[in-house]
Design a protein around this ligand. Structure first.
Ligand code: ATP
Length: 879
C-alpha cells in the first residue's frame, strides 16, 4: 500500500476509522487479535536446557569428566560418581545464577516501556505503545519516540530524526501534503512518521498504518541484534584478568603434577588431582557472580526509583565526582503556585488560596490563559481534566481562582496558530482571533527575553512607549520577585494587521506590548538538602543547571544548601563568552548556572570532563539528549522526561528526584565494593588451595587433599558464601569517602596484598596441620588429609568475614549479613556431615576427628585472619 498517496478520506475508508472519534474499544480489541501486539519480535532466547549444558563446555570441566572416566575404567567407581555429582551440582549453581541474572535484566527492559496518546471512543487517552493497533488516531509531540508507522493528518512544525531507518541524522521536516509519487524513499515520505524514529520538535496527529513487525522498522528488525549484551568496564577487565589467572593456575597445577610424578605418585591419580586443582583454582564462577551482583544491585536501585538502562552505569556511578542537576522538579517539587503579580499599577502578593484583585490584573491573567497549552488541551479533551506543565497549570490556577475562566475565554477566542514553548527560546506564542475577527499575538515567557521583543507597555488600558525608566521598573520587579525564589513569567501582546503573515515566528514576535509579570513559587523538595550534604561529604559536587533567572536560581540554591558563601552563580551568556582558561577557573567556583540553554549544557559537560571530572548530568527535553549522551552518566526524568531524553540516558529517575541520584550513587559504590569483596575471597581461597598442594609436592610429601575434596571445597567456597558477600551491606554507607578513580585497579588499596598474604597463610596453616598429623600418626594418611581438608574449609569460612571489611575483622560486627551467616553455617554443617557420617567417609576419604584434633583445626584455621588482624595493634593501615 502506498500510504503517502492517500487522502484523509481514503485513509479513513481503508483503515475503517473516523478521525474525529478514533477506534472504539471493540474495534481495538478485534484489531489487536488480528495484528498482534505492537512490538518487534525478539530473537529466540537460548533455551534453559542449553544454558544448563553450557555450564559444562568449559575446557577444564571436559578434562575433568575425561579424567573421571579414566578413574572409573580403573575401578574407582565411587570417586568417579562423586566427581560427576559435584560437577553437576556446580553446573546447577552456575545455571541458577546465570538464569537469575538474565531474568532481572529482562525485567529492566519492561520497565522502560513507552506509552502513546491515542483517540479511543472519542477521547484522547494514554495507552502502553504495545496496545496500539492499525487505524488508531494518535498524537505526536516533540520528544516522543514514534512507536508505530503513522500517516500524518495534521502537522505543526513537526520534525523527526530518522537516522535509525535512513541513516540521515539531520531531522526531516514533516507535512501533510499528499504525495503523487508511488516510489519514494523512506526519507522522502514526509507525510509519514516511522516507528523507531524520534520527534525532535512540533506536534502532529496521524493514523497508524502499521504496527509491530509490519512497520518499516519491523521489516529490517531481523538485521538488528536486540540481544546485544553490554559488558561493564569491570567485566571487561575481569575477562582480561581471567586469562592471566587461568594461565597462572595452569602453570602452577602443571608444576604440582610434574613434581608429583617425579616423586613416583601414580600417573592417573596425579592427573586427576591436577585437573581437579585446575578446576578449583580457575575462578570460572567470577563473571557469573559479577553479573548476578550487578543485576541484583540494579533491582535494589529500582526499589529506590532509579532505573538503569546501561549496566556499565552502575559502576560509573561510583566514580561520579560532579552531579549537574536540573532545578525544576528535581531539586524542587515542580508544584508551582503564582504568588505575585506585577503590572504598572504595582505588585500584589497573594496571601491565601484566594485569587488576586481581578480588576487590576484582568488582562495579564486572561492572556496567560489564552497562551497556555494546558488550557488548550483541557478544552480539546473536553473531559474536565486539566493536565500539563506545572508552569502552565500555575498560571491557569491563578486565573481561575481570580474568576477568569479558561472555558469562557477559549470559547470566545479561536486559536489560529501555536509556537510551543521551548527552553531554547524560553517563550511561547499563540495567535488568536476574537469574535469580531481581530487577530492578536500573545507571547508569554522569561521576562528578560520578552523585554527584547517589546517596544511599548500597557498602562491602565493604554499603550505607552517603553521608556528606559519603565524598563528599569520592570527589572526591579523581576529582581524583587526572583529574590524571593519566584520563577517569573511575563506576558506581552499586539493586535495583528489584517493581512499579516503568521507563519514566521520572528516576524510575529516583535513590537509587542508588555502587559505584566507573574511570579510563582516552587518549593524545594524537603529531602534534597540532606542529599546534597551527603554528596558533599562523599566528595561529589552538585551543580544546579537551570533555565530560570539568575536571582531565582541563587535564592533556591541557597535555600537548599547548594550554594556556599564563596560559590558563584553564572548565566549561560557569561559562560559562553568566557575563554577556555577562564572556564577552567570558573568551574572551581561555580555552583549555579542560570538561563542556560541546552547547548551550554553540552559545553559544561565537556569542560568538566576535560578538567578530569566524572559527570552525572540530568535532562528531560529533546535538546538535552546530546549532553546526556556526552555525560559519563546521563540521567533522564521518568515523569517529565521525553522519550528522546530517556533514550539518550543511562539512568532514569522514576520520581524525578535529586535524592534518588544520591541513592543510586550509594548503591553503585556498594555494588562495586561487594564485587571486590567476593573477588578477594575467591582468589585468596584459590591461592590457598594451590599453595598447599604445591608446598607438599615440593617437600616430597604425600598429597594433602584428594581430588574430591578439592572439588568439594571449590563448590562450597565459590558457591554460597561468595554469593552472600555480593549481597553484603555497605561498610561505611559508602558516602564518607571520595569517589573512586575510574582508572583505579580492582586490586587497589592493598587488596592484591591481602589476597596473596591471606592465601599464602591459608596454604601454610593447612600444610602445618597436615604435617603435624602425619608426624603424630605416620600411618594414617586419611586422618592427615581430613585435617588438611577441614583446616582449608574452616580457614576460608573464617576468612570470608574478613573480606567484608577493608579494615580488619575486628572492625565490623561479623554476623550482620544474615545470608553470609547462613551460608557459612550450612557449609560447616556439610563439612561435619562429610567427616562424621559413615556413608560419606569412604566417598570423601575422611575419618572422624577427635576433640583435640578439632581444636588444632580451628586454631590453625583462625591464624590467616586473626594473625594479620593482630598486626593492626602495631600498624595503623589495617593491611
Ligand atoms: P529547570 O532547570 O529549573 O528545570 P528549565 O531549564 O527547565 O528549568 P525552562 O523550563 O526552560 O527552565 O524555563 C526557562 C524560563 O522559561 C523560565 O524561567 C520561564 O521564565 C520561562 N518558561 C518556563 N515555562 C514556560 C512556559 N510554559 N511558557 C512560557 N515561558 C515559560
Amino acid at each position: 500500500m502506498n500510504w503517502q498517496q492517500q487522502s484523509q478520506a481514503e485513509l479513513e475508508k481503508i483503515l475503517n476509522v473516523t478521525v474525529s472519534t478514533g477506534l472504539d474499544t471493540a474495534q481495538a480489541k478485534k484489531r489487536m487479535k488480528q495484528h498482534g501486539p505492537n512490538r518487534l519480535e525478539e530473537k529466540k532466547k537460548v533455551p534453559a536446557w542449553l544454558l544448563f549444558l553450557r555450564q559444562f563446555q568449559d575446557m577444564m570441566i571436559i578434562l575433568l569428566i575425561g579424567a573421571t572416566l579414566v578413574s572409573a575404567a580403573l575401578g574407582e567407581y565411587i570417586d568417579a560418581l562423586t566427581i560427576v555429582f559435584i560437577v553437576v551440582l556446580n553446573g546447577v549453581l552456575g545455571f541458577v545464577q546465570e538464569n537469575k541474572a538474565e531474568k532481572s535484566l529482562d525485567a529492566l527492559k519492561e520497565l522502560a516501556s513507552p506509552t502513546m496518546r491515542v483517540k479511543r471512543n472519542g477521547n484522547w487517552v494514554t495507552i502502553p505503545s504495545v496496545e496500539a493497533v492499525p487505524g488508531d488516531i494518535v498524537k505526536l509531540h516533540g520528544g516522543d519516540k514514534v512507536s508505530a508507522d503513522i500517516r500524518l493528518l495534521t502537522v505543526n512544525s513537526l520534525s523527526a530524526e530518522e537516522s535509525a531507518l535512513t541513516g540521515e541524522s539531520y531531522p526531516v521536516q514533516k507535512s501533510t501534503e499528499v504525495l503523487a509519487d508511488k516510489d519514494v524513499s523512506l526519507g522522502e515520505r514526509i507525510n509519514m512518521a516511522f516507528a523507531g524514529t524520534l520527534v525532535t520538535k512540533g506536534d502532529a496527529t496521524g493514523v497508524i498504518i502499521g504496527t509491530g513487525m509490519k512497520t518499516e522498522m519491523g521489516k529490517i528488525a531481523h538485521l538488528l541484534s536486540d540481544s546485544e549484551k553490554t559488558e561493564t568496564p569491570l567485566q571487561k577487565r575481569l575477562a582480561h584478568l581471567g586469562t592471566i589467572l587461568i594461565t597462572g593456575a595452569l602453570i602452577l597445577t602443571a608444576l604440582v603434577v610434574i613434581l608429583g610424578l617425579m616423586q613416583g605418585q601414580p600417573f592417573y591419580k596425579m592427573i586427576l588431582s591436577g585437573v581437579s586443582l585446575a578446576v578449583a583454582a580457575i575462578p570460572e564462577g567470577l563473571p557469573a557472580i559479577v553479573t548476578v551482583v550487578l543485576a541484583l544491585g540494579v533491582q535494589r536501585m529500582i526499589k529506590r526509583q532509579a532505573i538503569v538502562r546501561h549496566l556499565p552505569a552502575v559502576e560509573t556511578l561510583g566514580c561520579a565526582s560532579v552531579i549537574c542537576s536540573d532545578k525544576t522538579g528535581t531539586l524542587t517539587q515542580n508544584k508551582m503556585t503564582v504568588t505575585a503579580l506585577w503590572n504598572t499599577a504595582g505588585i500584589t502578593f497573594r496571601s491565601s488560596k484566594k485569587g488576586f484583585p481581578r480588576s487590576s490584573y484582568d488582562k495579564l491573567l486572561s492572556y496567560s490563559v489564552l497562551c497556555n497549552q494546558a488550557a488548550m488541551d483541557a478544552k480539546e479533551n473536553n473531559d474536565g481534566k486539566i493536565q500539563g506543565d506545572s508552569t502552565e497549570l500555575a498560571l491557569l490556577e491563578a486565573a481561575q481562582s481570580t474568576g477568569v475562566s479558561y472555558e469562557r475565554l477559549l470559547s470566545s477566542y479561536t486559536v489560529k496558530k501555536v509556537f510551543p514553548f521551548d527552553s531554547e527560546r524560553k517563550r511561547m506564542t499563540v495567535i488568536v482571533t476574537d469574535q469580531a475577527g481581530q487577530a492578536y499575538v500573545i507571547t508569554k515567557g522569561a521576562p528578560d527575553v520578552l523585554l527584547h521583543l517589546t517596544t511599548s507597555i500597557m498602562e491602565k488600558e493604554r499603550t505607552e512607549k517603553l521608556s528606559a525608566l519603565k524598563k528599569q521598573h520592570i527589572h526591579q520587579a523581576i529582581e524583587s520577585m526572583a529574590g524571593k525564589a519566584l520563577r517569573t513569567i511575563a506576558v506581552a501582546y499586539r493586535p495583528l494587521q489584517k493581512d499579516e503573515q503568521i507563519q514566521d515566528v520572528k516576524k510575529v514576535e516583535r513590537n509587542l506590548t508588555f502587559v505584566g509579570i507573574e511570579g510563582m513559587i516552587d518549593p524545594p523538595r524537603p529531602e534534597v538538602k540532606q542529599a546534597i550534604q551527603e554528596c558533599r561529604s562523599a566528595g561529589i559536587k552538585t551543580i544546579m543547571i537551570t533555565g530560570d533567572h539568575k536571582v531565582t536560581a541563587a535564592a533556591i540554591a541557597k535555600d537548599i544548601g547548594l550554594l556556599p558563601e564563596y560559590g558563584k552563580v553564572l548565566t549561560g551568556q557569561e559562560w559562553k563568552t568566557a575563554t577556555t582558561q577562564e572556564k577552567r577557573e570558573l568551574l572551581q567556583r561555580v555552583y549555579v548556572f542560570a538561563r542556560v540553554s541546552p547547548e551550554d549544557k553540552l559545553n559544561i559537560v565537556n569542560e568538566l570532563q576535560s578538567a578530569g571530572h566524572v559527570v552525572a548530568m540530568t535532562g528531560d527535553g529533546v535538546n538535552d539528549a546530546p549532553a546526556l549522551k556526552a555525560a559519563d552518566i546521563g540521567i533522564a526524568m521518568g515523569r517529565t522526561g521525553t522519550d528522546v531524553a530517556k533514550e539518550a540516558a543511562a539512568l532514569i529517575l522514576r520520581d524525578d528526584n535529586f535524592s534518588t541520584i544520591r541513592s543510586a550513587i550509594k548503591e553503585g559504590r556498594n555494588i562495586y565494593d561487594n564485587i571486590r569483596k567476593f573477588i578477594r575471597y575467591m582468589l585468596a581461597s584459590n591461592v590457598g588451595e594451590i599453595l598447599v598442594m604445591l608446598f607438599a609436592v615440593m617437600l616430597g610429601m604425600p598429597l594433602p587433599l584428594v581430588p574430591i575434596q578439592i572439588l568439594w571445597i571449590n563448590l562450597i567456597t565459590d558457591g554460597l558464601p561468595a554469593m552472600a558477600l555480593g549481597l553484603d551491606q555497605p561498610e561505611d554507607d559508602g558516602m564518607k569517602r571520595p569517589p573512586r578513580l575510574a582508572s583505579e585497579s580492582i586490586f587497589a588499596n592493598g587488596m592484591g596484598w591481602k589476597i596473596m598474604s591471606r592465601g599464602f597463610l591459608i596454604g601454610l596453616v593447612t600444610l602445618i596441620g597436615f604435617v603435624t598429623s602425619l608426624h603424630e600418626q605416620p600411618d594414617d594418611l586419611i586422618r592427615a588429609q581430613t585435617i588438611a581438608f577441614s583446616i582449608l574449609v574452616m580457614a576460608q569460612l573464617i576468612h570470608v568475614f574478613d573480606c567484608r571489611t577493608s579494615q580488619t575483622i575486628f572492625d565490623r560486627p561479623p554476623f550482620e549479613n544474615k545470608y553470609l551467616t547462613a551460608s557459612v553455617l550450612s557449609s560447616v554443617l556439610l563439612l561435619v556431615l562429610v567427616i562424621y557420617t559413615p556413608v560419606f567417609q569412604p566417598i570423601f576419604h575422611t575419618t572422624a576427628l577427635s576433640m583435640i584434633e578439632w581444636l588444632l583445626v580451628l586454631a590453625l584455621a583462625a591464624i590467616p585472619t586473626f594473625a594479620l588482624a593482630g598486626r593492626r595493634l602495631f600498624k595503623s593501615d589495617g593491611r
